[in-house]
Each structure stands twice: as C-alpha cells, then as structure tokens.
Design a protein around this ligand. Structure first.
Ligand SMILES: Cc1ncc(COP(=O)(O)O)c(C=O)c1O
Length: 435
C-alpha cells in the first residue's frame, strides 16, 4: 500500500520538529492531515481530499476561505508594505470599528495572539490594582500565559476546600501558580468561599462567557452578576476572555449592563485569518498602557509585529463583512446545527448531546446532558467521541478533536444538513463496529 502524502509529510516533519509538531493542538496519531488550500466552506488536503470544514482554524475563519474582500485587503496592503516600524492608519480603523461595536470597549490595544491579549489584560489588572492574584475557572482555557495555564484538563475540583492550582503541563512556573486561584464555573457558593479567602490579594477574575473546554456551556446570569458585584466591592477587576466567544454576536458574547467587564481579551475572528489579539475596556484602566503617563509607571507592551498592517487590513475587511444581519444568519444556522445533531443521536439510538450557542457547537457521545466541567471531563474521556470525529473526517467533515465545530459565513442550510447526515452515518457505523 502506498503511503498517503499526509503520512509522508509527517515523516518529513519528524526529522526537523520534535514529534513532527509545531502546534501541540495539531498532534494526532498516527499522523495529522496536512492541508493545502481552501475555498468557501471547504478545505483540501495534500492527498486531494476535500472536506466541509467546521474547524475553521480553531473557530477563527468566520468567513471560511478566500473571502474576496479579505483577500483584496491583504493584496492591497501587501503591495503597500508588509510591516513598518511606525504605526499605521489601518490600526486606528480596526480600533474604531471595534470600539464602535461594543459599548464597554472604550479603548483598545492590539496584540499578535489571544494568549498575549489575556497576558496583557492580566498585567493591566495588576498594574491598576497593585495586586497579583488572578482567579480562573476550573477547566477553562485561556492560552499560554503561565498564571492561567493551570487546571485546564485536570480532574475537576472536588469538595469545598481552597484548591491548589495544578500546572497544566511541564514548563509552567510553580512560582506563577502561587498567584493563581481556581474557582468552579457557575458555582456561586464554592466560588465565594475561595475568593473571599484571598480577597485582599485578588487583582482580577478572568472568565470566558462560553468556555469551550469547560463544555461550551454559557455563564449563568447569576454567576456573572455575583462575579461582577464581588469584583466591584473588592476593587478587583473582571476580565472577560472572549478570544473564542467574540464570534457570538455583533457586540461579542451577549452581556447586559451592569455586568459589563472591566477589560476584555479578544482575538481569532478580528484578524480575518491572520495572527491577532486585542485587549479592550475602560479608559481609566487602559491608561496603564499610556507611555505618556506622568508617573512613568506604564505597562510596557510592544512587539515587532504588533498591529502589523496586514492583520489590521484583513481584520477590518473581515469585520466589515460581518454586519448584525450576518451574525444573526450564522446564529440561526448554528441553532439548526445543534438541533439536527441532537436528532441524529436520537435517531441512531446512541446517547449523546450537543452544547453551544450562536455559531458554535460541541458534541458529546455518552452523556444526555452536559452542564458542568465535571460532566465534560467524564465525557471527554469516552473514546467513542474521538472515534466519531475520525469517522466524520473519513466522510469528509472536519471537527476539532474535542468535537467542537464553528460555522462560517459561506455555509448554508445544505451544509448543516450534510453535517447532520454525516454525524448520523458516523454514529451508525460506531453502533455496528464500536472499535
Ligand atoms: C478562550 C481562549 N482564550 C485564549 C486563547 C489563546 O489564543 P491564541 O491561540 O490566539 O493565543 C484561545 C485559543 O483557542 C481561547 O480559545
């Protein structure tokens, strides 16, 4: 049997990259699928197989591949210059668009990634409050900054005691973890006990309104109100991580006054497919970044490629092509996807469920309900989920390895029906051949 071109590419990669890998999230046994090009909602691998893509580069490509105005903007900017040492008007234009769309974005600052956005939001909170401790939810992913690289895939917190943060993997500084507090998502009473015990050191609580790793379960209105009131009373900051969930609507994830966060980290869709992140929020807090501060106590944040004009131009084009009506249409399609996925489980007679909001969904094989990180943790270890994702890929539909899917604007009801049909086929084949 001849080796696939993906397999050959992997063998080649093994020689020059540890584990053949440069993005841990791409690691896959026996080898990952190497992709070569995309068009609309479809992507093609090196072996010429064409897939309906619900990965969209980890939810980033909200317009799929080759959106004409994004491609034109990149071409135009590439002709003008790829990057400069000075600022460009392109960054002001994208900043204006974002500040105009989200009422609690008073000022904004760009970064190269979502991880960096979370990092500088945390640094801003520390500079503003003069405190170091950061609370994050058990099971939540916030990227690659040490203090939040704790308790992402570890077993869920048990009991009511104050938990010791666990570094997610080697390389995370133990000293950084001493500035981290782990709280259980949507559990007011246990969270209250944990944060009250360290209130005088608490700089900020970081929370994602729709945390994918916790299970793509929305923050409850009561929990959000509790966090907002506690942080206000305690002079700590409330930071939203909407790096992923900003795609939920024209103004990001739905949140009503008075529960607006003080700062918000965003990324992914706002770069039109190119590297980006941003932190936005209250002017008085964002002032910690102002190099003109009289007290010279500003938070230093720079970066060779920060606000590079290619990402700014692509982001502006992508976001301009997302009026309210387009978010509404995508969100209707998302609701349709979740309902057809639930029907597929029912019609095959395999237990499973789907979570998510807007244009995001996450499927689970096994549980009939997922309402907490404990539910998600148990289900994520069921090998049938992985098997369903692989079977769907064999049928030319791509989902992330955790069963997460993100819609893109070129998708229509036909694509959503195809997703559901493919899931049904994958579930039927799992039923007849479980291994
Ligand atoms: C909620 C959340 N925060 C932060 C990040 C990190 O963003 P990036 O991968 O751009 O560094 C991600 C990435 O998936 C994310 O989903």
């Amino acid at each position: 049997m001849t080796m696939s071109l993906s397999h050959a590419a992997y063998r080649r990669a093994l020689r020059v990259m540890p584990g053949g890998n440069t993005r841990t999230s791409n690691f896959e046994k026996p080898h990952p699928t190497y992709l070569v090009c995309g068009s609309g909602a479809y992507v093609t691998d090196v072996d010429g197989r064409r897939y309906l893509d619900f990965q969209n580069n980890f939810t980033t490509l909200i317009h799929g591949y080759g959106h004409p105005s994004v491609v034109d903007a990149i071409r135009r900017q590439a002709g003008l210059g790829l990057s400069f040492a000075g600022p460009t008007v392109a960054e002001i234009e994208l900043a204006e668009l974002l500040v105009e769309r989200v009422s609690y974005f008073e000022q904004i600052r760009f970064t190269n990634t979502g991880s960096e956005a979370v990092m500088i939001a945390i640094k801003a909170a520390r500079a503003y409050t003069g405190r170091d401790l950061i609370a994050k939810c058990d099971g939540a992913y916030h990227g690659n900054y040490d203090v939040v690289e704790a308790n992402v895939t570890t077993p869920p917190l048990a009991g009511t005691e104050r938990p010791t943060p666990k570094g997610e993997h080697s390389g995370v500084a133990r000293s950084a973890l001493s500035d981290c507090l782990i709280i259980p998502f949507n559990d007011i009473e246990r969270t209250r006990k944990i944060i009250e015990s360290a209130a005088d050191r608490l700089a900020a609580i970081v929370v994602d309104p729709l945390p994918s790793r916790i299970g793509l379960i929305a923050i409850s209105a009561d929990y959000l109100t509790f966090l907002r009131n506690f942080t206000l009373r305690n002079s700590s900051l409330l930071i939203f991580d909407q790096v992923l969930s900003f795609r939920l609507g024209y103004g990001g994830a739905p949140v009503a006054k008075p529960n607006f966060p003080d700062l918000c980290a965003i990324g992914k869709i706002i770069g039109g497919g190119l590297p980006i992140g941003a932190v936005a929020g209250r002017t008085d807090i964002m002032a910690v970044f102002d190099p003109a501060r009289a007290d010279r106590a500003c938070v230093i944040h720079s970066g060779t490629f920060t606000a590079n004009p290619l990402s700014m131009a692509a982001g502006l084009a992508a976001m301009t092509a997302l009026p309210r009506s387009e978010f509404d249409r995508l969100n209707v399609l998302g609701a349709q996807a979740r309902s057809l996925i639930a029907e597929a489980f029912a019609s095959v007679g395999i237990k499973g469920t789907v979570t998510g909001e807007g244009s995001l969904f996450r499927l689970f094989v096994g549980p009939e309900q997922v309402a907490s990180y404990a539910d998600t943790f148990a289900a994520a270890h069921d090998p049938r989920l992985r098997s369903v994702v692989v079977r769907m890929r064999e049928r030319k539909v791509l989902l992330s390895s955790i069963g997460l899917g993100a819609l893109s604007t070129p998708m229509t009801g036909t694509d959503i029906a195809y997703l559901a049909e493919t899931l049904e086929e994958a579930l039927r084949s799992l039923k007849s051949e479980p291994t």
